[in-house]
Design a protein around this ligand. Structure first.
Ligand code: GCB
Length: 634
């Protein structure tokens, strides 16, 4: 039996305007609110007690017991309580801060920004509701200076209620099942069902911060880049809010801080002679070259000078797709990379700097030049690392597990379109992002999938005409209704694992057929967007058996032999599933999570990692533009 989970969930449209990453400047200050927050899960039967008793109106500790909760982090693995690990419904976070008196002065905006919270959030400041947001993995913010002004002394109590409930219309979708069978289940039994293969971690996953801007401020910047011969061209658009006639100045500085171009006006073109292009890692000896685009605005308004300054890192590069190649800066690019997850012991999906730097070091050790943000947008801090290190990114939205025909309806589609708005708005200026992925393994053979994906991909292209768009498929090539609209075919397959388990000998046949079928039908380049096998680290057999290190190696080797033939034709990339082991829901096919990592969850290499490392460095030397003397590893 399924009941509409109205008490679990409220709906609201996306916020408008820009979503620039907060950066300090001469006109902007930041206060990070990371650390310990007060926390309580609402265990009441309808999960609605917090709203009924208005827990946001006073200190959380006044309405009941609170525990320490670190931010950013998922709350699920922080305590020893299985009821919190598997909790469904509203949890409450609270933090008190003092705001400097200068922040509440006339002429200043104070913005409260949440990097991401899974899944639905309601935010109050000093008991006054300031925003709601639907969807994990993307930032949201609200101006709160008016609320702060009402409360002299700078006290600022932030309360955030977060609900992890997934329904047929959320992204990712899920269903809430109420089971009423006293002979088999306890009373009021509720489970959350999902169709995706990772744990539905929840909470405040990314930094929460306060930042200031002047009242008239740079709200958004859009940069498109190209080049001709040695001249780099950046066309930009700046939107300033709060001033009728802004005078915008734009400068472009190179890595050494030298100004190489400048312009005035809210839109224009910057020309850079002898431009350093943005190149991927291992494709060039100086990868990830970023300029700094300084945008400033100044004016005199009733006797005072207002000024806002913002510096955006930008890379100059082009992306193009032909029917057999993926071109970066007009050179063929071969994706040799990974699929990842935001996932780790204890912190779940919480942003973690040591883990992030470790993962980039492992990518470089591996010789990987790319990753896909399977299956949702990653933290902005990760995207910035990818820009700086020249790691190419396929940027995926949380459209994973769309398997039920009811998730192809209008409500789902309009939310999906809104999520693409938010994703493109956030990530459009990242040089590392070379393609958008609107979904992973949807039921693309269902009748409504054609209209759904046609609309979704056309919308994404209208938001960003410069990047190819795709979705990742595991459907039959002849019946897939979304594939006609993609620029690059991205296929997942698990031969000798989910199909013909234990039979490595089928891989060369089935993989060859897969490629020939897709290319034959569409004449579009193909990325093997997932392939792999589970390994429980330390298990060994010969001949290889499933779940051993030897078997994963053999699966990889068999796939690679086919890739090596087909990459001479139209295969343009291979992304292993997965970079590291990760947590999933509990099921009979998962031994404490998915073990298809080439690294363990603690980032220790399995045998497959060494095999892949040799291959990726070899590919880099063959397909990159590196000088011959480049050593085997960085
Ligand atoms: C897939 C999914 C991925 C799973 C993987 C697996 O096709 O895209 O989310 O984790 O297979 O290991 O089953």
């Amino acid at each position: 039996e399924q009941r509409s989970p109205t008490t679990y969930y409220v709906r609201k449209g996306p916020s408008a305007g820009g979503m620039l990453f907060p950066r300090e400047s001469s006109s902007r200050e930041i206060k990070e609110l990371n650390g310990l927050w007060n926390f309580r899960a609402d265990h009441s039967l309808n999960r609605n007690l917090g709203f009924e008793q208005a827990w946001y109106k006073s200190r959380l500790a006044e309405s009941g017991p609170v525990i320490d909760m670190p931010v950013p982090a998922s709350y699920n693995d922080i305590t020893q309580d299985p009821r919190l690990r598997d909790f469904i419904g509203w949890v409450w976070y609270e933090r008190e801060v003092l705001v400097p008196s200068g922040w509440v002065s006339e002429g200043t905006r104070v913005v409260l920004r949440v990097g991401s919270a899974h899944y639905y959030s309601v935010v109050w400041v000093n008991g006054i509701k300031v925003m709601e947001h639907e969807g994990g993995h993307l930032p949201f913010e609200a101006e709160i200076v008016e609320v702060l002004r009402n409360n002299p002394g700078g006290a600022c109590r932030i309360t955030i209620a977060v609900n992890n409930t997934l329904t047929l219309q959320t992204l990712p979708p899920g269903t809430i099942q109420h089971i009423d069978d006293p002979t088999r289940y306890p009373a009021d039994y509720v489970v959350q069902n999902t169709n995706f293969d990772f744990f539905n971690y929840a909470g405040l996953h990314r930094p929460v911060m306060l930042y200031t801007t002047p009242k008239a401020y740079v709200d958004d910047i859009t940069v498109l880049t190209t080049f001709a011969d040695n001249i780099g061209l950046l066309s930009y658009q700046v939107s300033v809010l709060g001033s009728p006639n802004p005078t915008v100045t734009v400068t472009l500085s190179d890595k050494g801080g030298r100004c190489v171009a400048s312009s005035t006006g809210p839109s224009g073109v910057l020309k850079v002679t002898d431009a350093n292009l943005w190149w991927p890692y291992l494709m060039h000896e100086n990868p990830g070259y970023l300029y700094s685009m300084g945008v400033s605005w100044a004016a005199f308004i009733v006797g005072s000078v207002y000024e806002d300054v913002y510096a955006l890192p930008v890379g100059i590069r082009t992306v193009q797709v032909t029917n057999t190649q993926f071109l970066l800066n007009n050179k063929p690019f071969y994706f040799h990379g990974v699929n990842k997850h935001e996932d780790a012991d204890i912190r779940g999906k919480g942003l973690d700097w040591p883990l992030m730097v470790k993962d980039f070091n492992l990518l470089k050790w591996l010789g990987a030049n790319s990753f896909r943000t399977s299956h949702y947008p990653y933290a902005e801090e990760i995207m910035q690392m990818a820009d700086r290190h020249g790691i190419v990114v396929i940027d995926e939205c949380p459209g994973v597990g769309i398997k039920d025909i009811r998730s192809f309806g209008n409500a789902s589609l309009s939310h999906h379109l809104a999520v693409m708005d938010e994703l493109v708005r956030r990530d459009k200026n990242h040089a590392s992002v070379v393609m958008w992925s609107v979904a992973n393994e949807p039921a693309a053979e269902m009748p409504p999938a054609g209209f759904y994906f046609k609309t979704l991909m056309a919308h994404t292209k209208s938001l960003d005409p410069t990047r190819p768009v795709t979705f990742i498929t595991d459907s039959n090539f002849a019946r897939d209704k979304g594939a006609p609209y993609v620029d690059v075919i991205c296929v997942n397959s698990y031969f000798s694992w989910y199909h013909d388990p234990g039979h490595l000998e089928v891989i060369p046949f089935q993989l060859n057929t897969q490629f020939e079928n897709w290319y034959g039908k569409y004449q579009k380049p193909i990325i093997q967007s997932e392939y792999g096998a589970d390994v429980v680290p330390g298990l060994h057999t010969d001949p290889p058996m499933m779940f051993t290190e030897e078997y994963q190696k053999m699966v990889l080797q068999n796939y690679h032999d086919v890739f090596d033939r087909k990459r001479k034709e139209y295969v343009i990339g291979e992304l292993i599933w997965n970079f590291a082991d990760f947590m999933t829901a509990q099921t009979v096919t998962r031994v404490v999570g998915n073990k298809k990592g080439i690294f363990s969850r603690q980032r220790h290499p399995k045998a497959g990692a060494f095999l892949l490392r040799e291959r990726y460095w070899r590919l880099a030397n063959e397909t990159g533009l590196l000088p011959e003397s480049t050593p085997f590893c960085a």
